[in-house]
Write a protein that binds this ligand. Structure first.
Ligand code: UD1
Length: 364
């Protein structure tokens, strides 16, 4: 499948946002011991030190070879800036394969450029579907999968979706979850400074989906609910920059005596916080997976999830936008009724190794 004029053993990884870095770390590590040249393009979608540089350091990923510095913007601005800046890089590099990760704008933009240039794309975390086209991520998932030559899936539901969408089975490989590879590898390296100053029992919160935070009235309601919960036990809320902006817009009303706001946390510290939390309230995709692996109860404040396996097998409960239900679920967990789960097949720390073997078998 690889072009003979291409740089035959060169893999170019494209990443842009926090969860991409965690997935790249697994694949980069697995390919390191093979006779493959790897380089990294950082699109600059996430650029603050605490959203990017700290992750590269903790995950042991080398500095990017190229930084497109696109920064923030509307969906169209960000995606089109990546498309036009990435094209030059990929034409010059002529890699044998471009690897893209997850479902962010950087993923779609890179896949689009490569498909027009007839450069093969491998999509890591292919096939997930929420069936909710109001989320930009769902558009990114569907279109990236259509343009990919190799599709690496984390769970069997993803293979079923791809079959329904007409993707030939020969392109699709069930490899497991690369995010869990990184978690398993790095959890033993959590050090004292990552574990410091956590209460014995607490609820951990992350919210950053536009549907939850862009509407300040809805955000206000979530903050009120979290504040009510914080009368029961400490509630720790590492705030994503998108959410921080919206909380600032709420001004004085956002102040809370008991809710503990903090900035985005480094990877290792956050893993430790997830592992030891009484439960996690989130609208993130990756956190639904990490909590399932760690056995921590997860309450997802969305109407749908592209990761239903975390509900069917894991510790995840979809509470939707129902604030009363959220409170009841936390109270139940507090008095000892917590959902027990099992770890889905192939979430075993070896997903990226499987990817590496498949790439060799494809002649890379
Ligand atoms: C993006 C992904 C989302 C993923 C999330 C992980 C898309 C469509 N969304 O959402 O799927 O779950 O990353 O975090 O790709 N900002 C900063 N500093 C930064 C990065 C962002 O201040 O380093 C602020 C900017 O104001 C920006 C806003 O956060 O406008 C949102 O950033 P953006 O990358 O557009 O989307 P996320 O909400 O982070």
């Amino acid at each position: 499948m690889f072009d003979s004029k291409a740089n035959s053993s060169h893999v170019l990884h494209v990443v842009g946002a926090r969860p991409n870095f965690v997935k790249l770390a697994a694949v980069f590590t697995a390919l390191k011991d093979r006779t493959i040249r790897q380089s990294i393009v950082h699109t600059g979608q996430h650029y603050d030190d605490d959203m990017s540089r700290i992750f590269f350091n903790q995950l042991g990923i080398p500095d990017p070879d190229f930084n497109l510095d696109v920064g923030s913007g509307s969906q169209a601005q960000q995606t089109s800036a990546i498309v036009s800046r990435f094209e030059r890089v990929v034409i010059d590099a002529r890699p044998a394969l471009v690897m893209v990760y997850g479902d962010v704008n950087s993923t779609l933009a890179a896949a689009l450029v490569c498909s027009k240039l007839l450069i093969p794309v491998a999509h890591v975390e292919a096939g997930l579907r929420s069936f909710d086209r109001t989320m930009p991520e769902e558009i990114n998932r569907v279109l990236t999968d259509q343009m990919s030559s190799l599709l690496f899936t984390p769970s069997i539901d993803a293979n079923r979706h791809l079959t329904k969408e007409g993707i030939p089975k020969a392109k699709v490989f069930l490899v497991g979850n690369v995010m869990i590879d990184t978690l398993k590898r790095l959890l033993p390296y959590v050090t004292a400074d990552s574990t410091a100053e956590l209460p014995e029992k607490y609820v951990l919160v992350t919210l950053h989906r536009p549907s939850n935070v862009d509407d300040t009235a809805r955000l206000r309601q979530w903050l009120d609910t979290l504040e009510e919960l914080s009368a029961l036990l400490p509630v720790i809320f590492p705030v994503h920059p998108r959410t921080r902006q919206k909380i600032l817009e709420l001004g004085a009303h956002a102040h809370s005596a008991t809710l503990q706001f903090c900035g985005p946390q480094p990877y290792l510290r956050f893993l430790w916080m997830e592992k030891n939390a009484l439960c996690v309230i989130t609208d993130s995709g990756g956190i639904q997976e990490e909590t399932t692996f760690l056995g921590t109860p997860c309450l997802t404040v969305r109407d749908n999830t592209e990761r239903p396996i975390t509900i069917e097998m894991g510790t995840n409960v979809l509470v939707g936008l129902d604030r009363k239900r959220l409170k009841t679920e936390v109270e139940q967990i507090f008095i000892g009724f917590r959902k027990k789960g099992t770890i889905p097949p192939l979430w075993d720390g070896c997903a990226a190794e499987r990817i590496a073997s498949i790439l060799s078998s494809q002649g890379l």
